[in-house]
Design a protein around this ligand. Structure first.
Ligand code: AMP
Ligand code: ZN
Length: 141
């Protein structure tokens, strides 16, 4: 897409620190890393949402992301990694070309996810799961 910053990176029109490239995906360092080595894996084809990425490409993104996470551990001695994808503005997506974050993590890296955990009222979880499963089945079939 013409005015997409990540499409421009793939095309070489904007510089980026490339980590990996194949026929389906491109990976490069995030310009504002949570920890050094924080990498973004993107489909070469422009997709705003993760939901429209073809299955083979989406699978490749996940596989490459996980292998980059392992490489970050082996080469730079990180303890672990997070894979993160924000789909939609309310979820924190800023660049509207789908991207998988690979974030190297250390036991004492000082970064904390603010991950809250609510509680379901009696029967509510079963109700939501039932309605959601019907919708997912309808959409996937
Ligand atoms: P998100 O909030 O999930 O949309 O993440 C967008 C990410 O893209 C942010 O972490 C930015 O630091 C990163 N980013 C934006 N522009 C560039 C760029 N030109 N090169 C590398 N990373 C970028
Ligand atoms: Zn794009």
């Amino acid at each position: 897409m013409a005015d997409c910053i990540f499409c421009k990176i793939i095309a070489g029109e904007i510089p980026a620190a490339k980590v990996y490239e194949d026929e389906l995906v491109f990976a490069f360092l995030d310009i504002g890393p949570i920890n050094f080595g924080h990498t973004l894996v993107i489909p070469k084809e422009h997709h705003e949402s993760s939901a429209t990425i073809p299955e083979t490409t989406a699978g490749r993104m996940f596989r490459v992301g996980a292998r980059i996470g392992i490489a970050l551990k082996r080469k730079f001695e990180w303890d672990a990694f997070n894979l993160h994808l924000a789909d939609g503005t309310a979820a924190g997506q800023v660049v509207m070309h789908a991207h998988l974050h690979v974030i190297p993590r250390g036991v004492e890296d000082g970064f904390h996810w603010n991950w809250r955990q609510l509680r379901y009222e009696e029967g509510k979880a079963a109700e939501i799961a039932r309605e959601l499963s019907m919708r997912v089945a309808a959409d996937l079939n």
